[in-house]
Design a protein around this ligand. Structure first.
Ligand code: CP3
Length: 348
């Protein structure tokens, strides 16, 4: 371990497994429907329109930082933004999620997917630059969807519980699968490079649905493509920490670490002490309060926060977070109380 520099924030120090006086905390989906000021700004504005408007991106990203006192901002965008920017007909429907007009199910559809050019997402570059200036010492986390999770939306045409068509294509037409994922890895890598070049201090690769796969299928069909995305960031900006997250991935944590992550995100199913063992001493962990528990009374939440911090102390570094995104019905005051309590529990 090296000494923290005077300019290094608690969040970046924890990602780098350096000593930090304060345990950092942020929340996936901290910018969103749990905040009344978010709902007010989004009134009548479609999700993808908001994601293409620098002033809205900037303001929505800053809202939770002001209200909650979190240690990092996360860019307001969506995993399908770079897909839409590369010409794919995808929309985000309220209460549903991404919906793809023409699902991708054969070699011809894959061949029609073009690379992302940096100028396709100029609005993201503009917003990141403005945010970095506004945020001062608070780091900005950029993100992208990982190839498997993006591929699932493209193949299924929308959200899916079983990922049945995705798995059928993966096993039935493996060459089509790998070509699709290598194109998606290119798009995700380019999207992250734009954010990092504009000043994002860390990135998170969301492979939200990878937990649906066996460890063997993950290793064969997914890990090489996620590794390619993370390598793109590592080569462009080696100092920028790379967080790799999925839901229900207890059995995949070693592979997700090995794909090139500095920090592995963990959901509530796996104790952080077990996660720390799975990812080894070279990685920090992030997580892992069950977002549903934020609807329980405060003493219950407080006990959970204390347990998670004690388990996080078993890891080489701990960034407090939820095990998945903030639920829209969450009381923002509960989030603020969690932040305050985490800050009272410094790392061991
Ligand atoms: O974390 C943040 O605060 C940053 C913003 C962010 C959004 N989407 C904004 C959003 C991030 C990091 C994402 C990533 C994302 N998008 C993921 C990976 C993270 C995860 O939750 O697993 C996935 C799978 C998506 C796809 C997606 N987009 C879904 C499933 C939904 C929810 C649909 C719904 O209405 O319930 C979206 C829409 C979306 N993305 C919203 C927000 C704030 C809600 C849109 C709204 O306010 O109407």
């Amino acid at each position: 371990m090296s000494t923290p520099t005077s300019t290094e924030s608690p969040f970046l120090a924890a990602c780098r497994r350096r000593p930090t006086g304060r345990r950092p905390v942020w929340f996936m989906r901290q910018a969103g429907r749990s905040l009344p000021e978010y709902r007010a700004l989004r009134e009548g504005v479609p999700m993808l329109t908001a994601c293409r408007t620098p002033e809205l991106i900037t303001e929505i990203t800053l809202q939770p930082v002001r209200r909650l006192g979190v240690d990092a901002a996360v860019l307001f965008s969506d995993i399908v933004v770079p897909l839409a920017a590369a010409g794919i007909d995808v929309d985000i429907q309220p209460g549903v999620g991404p919906v793809v007009a023409e699902p991708v199910r054969d070699a011809a559809a894959v061949a029609a997917i073009r690379p992302l050019a940096p100028d396709d997402v100029g609005y993201v570059r503009t917003a990141v630059r403005a945010l970095v200036a506004e945020l001062g010492d608070t780091p900005l986390i950029g993100f992208a969807g990982a190839p498997f999770t993006l591929a699932s939306y493209l193949i299924e045409g929308g959200p899916s519980r079983s990922h049945a068509r995705t798995k059928a294509l993966m096993h039935g037409q493996p060459e089509v699968w790998h070509e699709l994922c290598s194109r998606l890895a290119g798009i995700a890598g380019e999207f992250l490079k734009v954010q990092v070049a504009a000043g994002a201090s860390a990135v998170q690769l969301f492979d939200s649905w990878a937990g649906a796969l066996s460890a063997a299928d993950y290793a064969t069909f997914v890990a090489p493509h996620s590794a390619a995305v993370l390598r793109t960031v590592a080569q462009a900006a080696p100092q920028v920490p790379r967080i790799h997250f999925g839901v229900g991935t207890g059995h995949l944590l070693p592979a997700m670490a090995a794909a090139g992550a500095n920090v592995v995100g963990v959901d509530w199913r796996t104790p952080l002490s077990a996660a720390a063992e799975a990812v080894g001493p070279e990685r920090a962990v992030q997580g892992n309060l069950d977002p549903a528990l934020l609807l329980a009374p405060w003493p219950v939440v407080a006990d959970e926060v204390r347990r998670i911090c004690a388990e996080g102390d078993q890891a080489a570094g701990h960034v407090f977070n939820l095990g998945h995104g903030v639920l829209p019905e969450t009381d923002p005051d509960m989030l603020a109380r969690v932040v305050d309590l985490v800050h009272q529990l410094p790392p061991a």
